[in-house]
Design a protein around this ligand. Structure first.
Ligand code: BT5
Length: 257
């Protein structure tokens, strides 16, 4: 494994409001890069755009503080975390399961949502960085995910996929940290290009017909073929016109066949 130039420091909690908020508190008190907050449950777990992340016992809730060398590129970090989650789940799950990425911040197993990432900016100047929050449904019972069974992306967990099998959370934590910091070191040395390539390789929607809903500025819906992601993390869509469209926000769905 490639070492990082800091010593990761892990804080564990039985329950917190949100691991991102707990890490922000620690960062404000001067916690260094590589500080991690892990909790067994969250009482106010957050998704993007003010959404909820249901966080009962059995799930994996972790936040990590990172200060990339190029601060204005903190938007690369959720892509890096997404690849680390795919690598972690691919190591834990039997090979028959299909682990893949969905733009911008979801991880799917057999086309169901198993994990999400919430990336938030922190600090200023040379201490401008990212608080990257990761939620993965590991031993989460399926009944806890009943409210999130709407298509196209129903929620699932490892135990739901594997007939109630329980995975050791410390093992997940160790594997994930190793993958994340290895990729981060690689990123600090080589930039976004290799992470970008790994992300696209692990996105099963590339080359498929997709629809993006709520595209700014007029909240329109756009359909086309997903060509890949852009250098700044936008979606590149072929709509049949002369040029590819770059889309920076919206909700993606895929016509798989
Ligand atoms: C996400 O948001 O997917 C980002 C989730 C990030 C959670 C982590 S946990 C550690 C850290 N601390 C936090 O407070 N947050 C981060 P988004 O793409 O907006 O998806 C949210 C939507 O997913 C909700 O509106 C629900 O429909 C659905 N959902 C909620 N809880 C879920 C769960 N446990 N599993 C699957 N889907 C869920």
């Amino acid at each position: 494994m490639i070492p990082v130039n800091f010593e990761p420091q892990l804080y564990r909690f039985e329950a917190v409001s949100s691991t991102n908020d707990k890490l922000r508190e620690l960062a404000l008190k001067g916690a260094p890069e590589g500080t991690l907050v892990f909790a067994k449950k969250q009482t106010h777990g957050r998704g993007r755009l003010g959404r909820q992340w249901h966080s009962p016992v059995g799930g994996f809730y972790l936040s990590v503080l990172l200060y990339p060398l190029t601060p204005k590129r903190i938007t690369d970090l959720p892509f890096l975390a997404g690849v680390a989650i795919v690598q972690t789940l691919s190591q834990i799950l039997p090979k028959v399961f299909d682990v893949s990425l969905k733009w911008p911040n979801d991880i799917l197993v057999n086309r169901k949502k198993i994990a999400g990432i919430l990336s938030e900016a922190f600090g200023e100047n040379e201490f401008y960085g990212g608080i990257i929050g990761i939620g993965i449904n590991i031993n989460t019972p399926l009944k806890e995910l009943e409210d999130f069974q709407e298509k196209p992306f129903q929620a699932t967990s490892i135990s739901a996929l594997m007939d109630g099998e329980q995975v050791d959370m410390d093992e997940v934590l160790n594997i994930f940290q190793a993958k994340l910091f290895n990729l981060y070191r690689f990123y600090q040395e080589k930039g976004f290009a290799p992470i970008h390539a790994l992300w696209e390789k692990n996105c099963a929607m590339v080359g498929k017909k997709v629809e993006i809903q709520g595209v700014e500025p007029h909240k329109t819906n756009i359909t086309g073929t997903l060509w890949g992601i852009s250098e700044r993390g936008g979606l590149m869509i072929d709509t049949g016109g002369a040029e590819r469209l770059e889309i920076l926000s919206g909700d993606l769905t895929c016509c798989w066949f």
